[in-house]
Design a protein around this ligand. Structure first.
Ligand SMILES: [Zn+2]
Length: 511
């Protein structure tokens, strides 16, 4: 089974005085968590136990009961009458932090030992345990009740007692029949939000190699991302190589223009104020504007990419590796703008990856960017790239049109690139999908774009998509393929209908 987790964020509408209660509740939660962290530090062996055993051991060390009248480090010295579920949430938060801290410490010690063994100086500082705690409260079942679409009851520490509070919920609705995890009470400025993880399980899609080599009807959606102009060009093709549909996603110039204008304003402000204060963000409002617009745009574009892939029944999404940003000359606003346009490509890739996986179990991978825009997607020959009204000769970087001198293919340059990206993925698993594929591995001319080796993205690394069984093509890519990838029309090795009837299993209350 594969898993996809999304977080539904909702606003809590509460009475003004409840805000102070939530804050007191969070302060207590962090106090108790810090206490358990210190208990774990004093009893490091706890970390070698499993989740449940560690919880039991820590409760025995701290929680006073009839059977356990004299715990070694009583929690009651920190706070009296902490509800069991509040305590357990804090214990798990402390365990999480401690596991992470000790893992870092362990790898630091290993690096140190290695360096000293080689007789090198080792100056890296050791990781330090958290000095302050600012975790959001996780609310386990028992600490919340009567949840409906529009309200919830929460049990909170008001600063003087435990009290049930009813809050109205607004914002995004929870999906029907979803398995809800334990919500978190999150502070955002003056507001309080409820973050609820929603988990969905579905049968794991087949590996990319299997999908491509065993089913000629597998649709793959290849995406060419650009820094300007048409921001993304998506083309869907089947595993046997016929192109089905293309979508151009624009909007790049508007965002780029907006960004450049704001960067220009920042540069002018800076020239007026002179020196910048160290460690202080200048022009915070303008930077926030830029980030907000970039973030929104990346979400919109990735949404449309995934939407298109789903409409076309694609089960694999392909991008090219990003390469490096080439340094450029020019004004501050121009350089800053190019840099952000480049980062935008990475953002769109990451968002598309998790959206594709979360919404439809679509696997995302990447191919080597070498020659994707220089070669003809049909025959592999070097193309001529030109603009309308120009002579059809030479190669002009960034020009919108291509013509192939060999097979006379004509078309949009970015569309050609997106098809080529898809072909590259197919070529990885199929032996002879196109005639010139073999020569492609050798560069034919010095490349203007920075290169990266053909690495397969460890398909799903986004935390949302971390499942028990991750679809991994890393293992599959070394396979030889069967050489006649289009022959089998047999079973459809992907999620098929199972995906539609998603079994929902509740996440255990403690996590
Ligand atoms: Zn051609």
């Amino acid at each position: 089974m594969a898993k996809a987790t999304t977080t539904i964020r909702q606003t809590l509408n509460h009475k003004p005085e409840h805000g102070a209660w939530f804050a007191a509740n969070q302060a207590l939660f962090n106090q108790v968590t810090a206490f358990y962290f210190s208990v774990i530090q004093a009893h490091e062996l706890v970390l070698e136990l499993g989740k449940q055993e560690a919880l039991t051991a820590l409760e025995q060390l701290t929680h006073k009961t009839k059977k356990n009248p004299n715990p070694i480090m009583p929690l009651s010295e920190i706070a009296e009458d902490v509800p069991a579920m509040f305590r357990r949430a804090a214990i798990h938060a402390a365990l999480g932090s401690a596991r992470s801290f000790y893992a870092h410490l362990k790898s630091w010690r290993a690096r140190k030992e290695k360096a000293l063994a080689k007789g090198k100086r080792f100056t890296e500082r050791p990781p330090v345990p958290p000095r302050s705690w600012n975790k959001s409260t996780t609310i386990y079942a028992g600490q919340w009740k009567e949840r409906s679409a529009s309200s919830i009851m929460l049990k909170v520490w008001t600063g003087s007692c435990w009290s049930w509070v009813r809050c109205r919920i607004t914002g995004r609705e929870l999906p029907d029949g979803a398995a809800l995890g334990s919500p978190q009470l999150v502070r955002r400025g003056k507001e309080w939000w409820l973050h609820t993880p929603v988990e969905r399980k579905f049968s794991s899609p087949a590996k990319v190699e299997e999908q491509i080599t065993t089913n000629a009807q597998t649709n793959i959606c290849a995406v060419d991302l650009n820094m300007d102009g048409t921001i993304a060009v998506c083309t869907v093709q089947t595993a046997e190589g016929s192109t089905l549909a293309t979508r151009f996603i624009s909007g790049g110039p508007a965002v780029s223009g907006f960004r450049k204008k704001q960067l220009g304003r920042i540069a002018r402000n800076r020239s007026k104020t002179g020196l910048l204060a160290l460690g202080e963000q200048d022009n915070a409002d303008l930077w926030r504007k830029i980030n907000q617009r970039d973030e929104d745009f990346a979400h919109q574009v990735s949404h449309r990419i995934v939407q298109f892939a789903r409409e076309q029944g694609a089960t694999i999404l392909v991008f090219e590796h990003l390469g490096n940003l080439q340094p450029e000359q020019g004004r501050y606003s121009h350089r800053g703008n190019r840099k952000r346009a480049f980062w935008m490509k990475g953002r769109i890739f990451r968002y598309s990856k998790y959206k594709a996986w979360n919404q439809a179990g679509i696997i995302t991978c990447r191919v080597n960017p070498k020659n994707t825009s220089r070669q003809c997607a049909r025959c592999g020959a070097q193309v001529i790239r030109y603009a309308q009204g120009q002579p059809e000769e030479g190669y002009q970087v960034g020009a919108p049109l291509v013509v192939c001198p060999e097979c006379k293919m004509r078309g949009h340059a970015d569309r050609n690139a997106s098809i080529k990206i898809g072909r590259k993925l197919l070529a990885r698993y199929q032996q002879a999908p196109e005639p010139k594929e073999k020569t492609e591995e050798k560069p034919q001319a010095p490349q203007p774009r920075a290169e990266r080796s053909a690495k397969v993205e460890g398909v799903i690394s986004s935390q949302d998509a971390r499942g028990e069984k991750q679809p991994s093509i890393a293992a599959a890519r070394h396979g030889t393929g069967n050489g006649h990838g289009t022959a089998h029309k047999g079973r459809r090795g992907r999620m098929g209908t199972a995906f539609l009837s998603i079994p929902t299993t509740l996440r255990p209350p403690m996590e």
